[in-house]
Design a binder for this molecule. Sequence first.
Ligand code: MN
Length: 452
Amino acid sequence: MNLNPNLHINHTHDAATHSWLTSANAAGCDFPIQNLPFTVFRRQGTSETFRGGVAIGDQVICLGAVAKSGALTGLAAQAASACAQPVLNDFFAMGPAAWSALRHALFDALKDGANGVPTDAVRAALVPIASIEHAVPARIGDYTDFYTSIHHGRNVGMIARPDDPLTPNFQWIPIAYHGRVSSIGVGSDQQGQKFRRPRGQSMAPGAKAPVYGPCARLDYELELAIWIGQGNAQGEPIPLAQADDHIFGYSLLNDWSARDIQFWEMAPLGPFLGKNFCTTLSPWIVTQEAMAPYRLPFERAANEPQPLPYLDDARNKAQGTLSIELDVLIESQHMREQGLSASPVSHTNFRHQYWTVGQMVTQHTNGGCNLNPGDLFGSGTISGPTPAEGGAIIELTKGGKAPISLSTSGEERAFLHDGDAVILRGWCEKTGFARIGFGESRGEVVETGKSL
Ligand code: MN
């Protein structure tokens, strides 16, 4: 049995516990006391230093202020102090015992009827979420984007390589490429990340030479962001049995993709300018411990290749998969001007991924590659088994040939238009447990060359 406290259900998952902060107890609230996700924030429109915080209801707790108050003791106090910085790397590096100690101390201080805990210090450290802005929560050293949905692989493969839609390696290794960190940003429901439509080269089918201009096939990708906590020494792979000990938590990630640029440039070395212009994270990190109730068995059908031994073990089989409900919405400029709500375009669940997050960690380090605290993985596009569960517009529109209708405005989309915002939402729910949410990732494409 893995003794990591972040992987087991305990009293911090008890659905019957309420907070003295009433906004945390409202039905449908993303941030009940059972969640406690982390961020880095400051008050909007100020030049305050960014610092770590934890969401509860409609408030964020400034962890540095709590640490300074002396209300916490021991490892929890040390952990809160580490979160007083503008990035959470030092906190991530402290490991699962410290992450869990801080969660449990905050849970005890926030619960209704908290006794023996000086809750005044926590009350004094609350800042309304409506008044804050976020920053990327860690100094990301390296970013790796995986490709772990077999449904996405087949859907896009049919468009890009109809003769060979799923490459033979897909069912044997979690495939990935090393991505770009500099253009990763945060987009919240209050402040979306804006970026200009990229220009580039593309080659039309049957054409003799490429053309240069604004991307004509701009897309999004619904992904899970995976935040690495503790790293590993170079040359010392992380075995699957320990892989989850290295994961601090999860956010939502939109891997914006210029399909026309991508498909021309990616043979034989993989995505480059088609992906490196912008990547949008949601601002909150849902911790590994908060996710404990929503784990599921990892299942591989008997007629599929079974994972090689280094990618297989009893715990991964028993609870390697995460159940996360996911929504994608598009909000056009027209919708904003007319006061219409964003249009839902797909819904799926992370449990359909072909590989688990633990298998991604083990594969990444298997050759000796070292991970560092604050490294970021993208899960790869998350698409479910039915056509309506495509995690990118290229799948929903069959490569742009069958445009979708946006239900709230009646507009049609084959690919994204200038002014379109893409919103990702995620949440977990299970009978007997609280519903916990990820909040939103929001990003918006602006016309090529226009100011942001
Ligand atoms: Mn991707």
